[in-house]
Write a protein that binds this ligand. Structure first.
Ligand SMILES: [Zn+2]
Length: 374
């Protein structure tokens, strides 16, 4: 049934190759989020463009928007000064935003802010090219009991806001003619980025005064990606955080929404910890409180220092009690090298099996949480 449904969606998006008659055209390359982008362009952006000064309308005319799945993990979206002018939106990035929004809502309901990190610990691992066959389970799939209609609707709202923000920024590059070569100096880049962003800010202030969390969701996702890459000492996922933190004050200082302010406070604190080394003492504190997920990053920290005895102790704890599937790889290695005793003869095989079926693991004592909620 699921296969038939997803096939139907793909066919539908090809059949429509949705053209909005006025200014913008959204083309489908079969990417997952074409429909969502088309809807936002048709329902929210096109009516706004019609109200802009004629000169700007002219510049925003005939832009072709492509939702693509081959931009890699580096870019959110790109504006290209071409004929016709183009915007490329990264399908993978929207996927990340979608999971981020779900994790944010689930974390809120569970009253466990650390759930977002736990989810993305698995997410970036499952999507890593070194990892084969690990299932990517979205937070709503992990907690179907929580994902009622109201929550699904709220998710669409937040995800729509985040994607709208990405599109407005790229349109800002076109509206302001703010293009630069990829080898341009930092100074030139910043000038053009700032003018694209200023245009987008003005449109948001004039037409979308409640856009609140939109851009913060992108920054939150990029934060998770950067923290993951830093702890895993991984170079596949780019560390884009420093490029986006400058947008936080714009979003936070003038907001009178308590949800936005709370988001700002948590995000700023997390970013500060990431860059100050307080992150480790945060995990140590959580570990002392009995949070077994926190053993995993502590294992990574000890591993990086070649303290294998401690690393193996933490990894084993995170696998057995924290259900961090990814730890199985390390635990297998620890058995093999004799850092974990006693060493059963099939420990390595067990570890590999665990890795293969890692998707069926949760990342936290799930049943316990649901009982707690009732
Ligand atoms: Zn830009």
């Amino acid at each position: 049934m699921r296969f038939v449904l997803s096939l139907a969606v793909v066919v539908a998006s090809f059949a429509f190759t949705i053209v909005s008659a006025n200014a913008l055209e959204v083309r489908s390359t079969g990417a997952q989020y074409t429909q969502l982008v088309s809807q936002i362009v048709a329902e929210e952006i096109t009516p706004v463009i019609k109200q802009l000064p004629a000169k700007q309308q002219e510049r925003l005319k005939n832009i072709q928007i492509n939702v693509v799945s081959d931009l890699g993990t580096n870019a959110m979206a790109l504006a290209i000064d071409d004929t016709p002018p183009k915007i490329l939106v990264n399908d993978h990035f929207i996927q990340g935003l979608s999971n981020y929004v779900e994790a944010y809502l689930v974390a809120d309901l569970l009253k466990r802010p650390e759930y977002i990190e736990e989810h993305f610990s698995h997410y970036f691992w499952a999507l890593h090219p070194h990892t084969n066959g690990v299932a990517l389970v979205s937070p709503f799939q992990q907690y179907p009991e929580l994902a009622n209609n109201l929550l699904v609707e709220r998710k669409q709202q937040l995800l729509g806001g985040a994607v709208l923000d990405v599109l407005l920024h790229e349109l800002g590059h076109h509206a302001e003619g703010a293009f630069y070569h990829f080898r341009a100096s930092m100074y030139v880049r910043r000038q053009h980025e700032n003018s694209a962003e200023a245009w987008s800010d003005k449109v948001k202030a004039d037409f979308f005064p409640d856009s609140g969390l939109g851009q913060l969701i992108s920054i939150g996702f990029i934060f998770e990606q950067t923290r993951w890459a830093k702890l895993a000492r991984d170079t596949y996922y780019p560390r884009m955080l420093s490029a986006v933190t400058e947008f936080i004050p714009n979003n936070c200082e003038n907001s009178d929404s308590s949800e936005v302010l709370m988001f700002c406070e948590k995000l700023s604190k997390n970013i500060e910890q990431l860059y100050s080394g307080q992150m480790i003492s945060g995990y140590e504190f959580r570990h002392k409180q009995g949070d077994h997920f926190a053993s995993f990053p502590l294992g990574q920290v000890e591993w990086a220092k070649s303290n294998f005895v401690d690393a193996c102790y933490y990894f084993n704890e995170s696998l057995v009690y924290g259900q961090v599937a990814r730890a199985a790889i390390f635990v297998g290695w620890c058995y093999q090298k004799g850092y974990l005793e006693p060493s059963p003869p099939d420990a390595e095989v067990l570890a590999l099996l665990n890795e293969k079926h890692g998707g069926s693991y949760g990342f936290s004592p799930r049943q316990q949480e649901l009982t707690f909620l009732q």
